[in-house]
Design a protein around this ligand. Sequence first.
Ligand code: FAD
Length: 454
Amino acid sequence: MSFGYDTEVDSHALGRRVQPTLRSMTQIRFSPGHALVIGAGVVGLGTAWSLLRDGWRVTVVDAGRPGDGASGGNGAQLSYSYVQPLADPGVWAQLPKLLLSTDSPLRLRPQLDPHQWSWLVSFMVACRASVSRESTRQLLALAAHSRDMFERLRQEERLDCDFTASGKLVLYPDAAGLASARRQVALQASLGGAEQRLVTPAECADIEPALTHYAARIAGGVHTPSECAVDGGQLCATLHQRLKASGVSFLLDQAVLGWRREGGRVQAVKLTTGEVQADAFVLAAGTGSVSLAQGLGLRLPVYPLKGYSITLPVEGTPAPGAPRVSVTDLARKVVFARLGNRLRVAGMAELVGENRQIDPARIDSLKATTHDVFPQMTLSGDLQPWTGLRPATPRGLPLIGLADGGPDNLWLNTGHGALGLTLAMGSADRLRALLRMASAPASRYRPAPAACSV
Ligand SMILES: Cc1cc2nc3c(=O)[nH]c(=O)nc-3n(C[C@H](O)[C@H](O)[C@H](O)COP(=O)(O)OP(=O)(O)OC[C@H]3O[C@@H](n4cnc5c(N)ncnc54)[C@H](O)[C@@H]3O)c2cc1C
């Protein structure tokens, strides 16, 4: 199989040494075998698609159905230009609110959990301007690659999934917020990011007329015309069907319970129904990756960041009062994305462990915010309350590659935090490229490991 593109594997995003370009990699003789992907979220399915195109025989295992995890009801933003990690110097000033407030969009509830504490310490250490800047640089590069790969996927598989490319407006409540937005726009421009511009409240209302009422209450916004949105749940369901039709085997409603490891390699995963052997294993199980990795003595720096969404039916086109452009209200940390005749409203980030219960107060808060920002919208019908756990790393950078200190054939593709929908296809392609290099006959290539500890 040959590749018509010439993507450079970003050595920095992988953390360490210089990698060859994909063009040179295609010249290496390569004999793919059987790859087993754990997780049928957007990252696992994207990985399966990439590996299949590279000649691997692929099996996907999931404890539930495709899109059941964080990928299903998320904010729907293909946020290629808004990649600033949560770990930001501004977090220090918000710390008391995070710990004490009951209605803050960010909420931290310390628990008797050493994993939560060690994640938090690493997160706070990452809240420095230099770290945030470097993470932004790496994420922008991965997001740009993801945009290309998602476009390829969309065209080759003729996916719709309520995809829109109607741009995005981020709204800032005050002058201080707008000043920091100006700095971020300048930083991203210097890093080669997409076109963005600061806009006045009146310009916000011109770009998105549904904001006419709310515009008086903001200081301004940032407009990125090239941003897109897609329904992650539909994407997973459609990709599942396409992959199945192309010969990928799916073992659904079957949790991976453990591993059979011999020497330095994983031989098989254990399911209730028996073992499944493979040559390469990809851990793309979102927040579930942590306990699975523990079974191999590995500690992944991934912690759940809980969020919520509602999905409102929007009658008629154009619907009165409902936005067409994606909108982020930064004061409330809520995103709005138009998905066909629906509006997805998502937000909140809670560090409360693996808790998947839907807190009615959080759903009420999303409804109230929607009413505040788009007062002409009718909030009726089934609002489809949803919660999901973002698999977050302290710096906001995903783990892509071999696990440090882990088996030779266990590959990580996890830890995409608040940007998994955006970064999935680029991450999948990076992993595919690494597997290709490592699987070449007589290859002594061993990629630098993705961060984790034993
Ligand atoms: C409220 C909210 C809003 C968001 N908004 C956006 C957004 O607008 N844009 C964006 O880019 N990202 C967004 N995200 C983040 C994004 O949803 C995630 O980063 C992404 O879905 C992670 O995908 P994943 O495939 O790694 O994990 P998941 O989708 O969680 O999939 C993991 C899969 O692994 C399976 N699994 C777990 N353990 C096992 C096991 N032992 N055996 C077998 N299978 C197992 C699970 O069943 C699950 O299906 C948002 C997240 C939330 C919660």
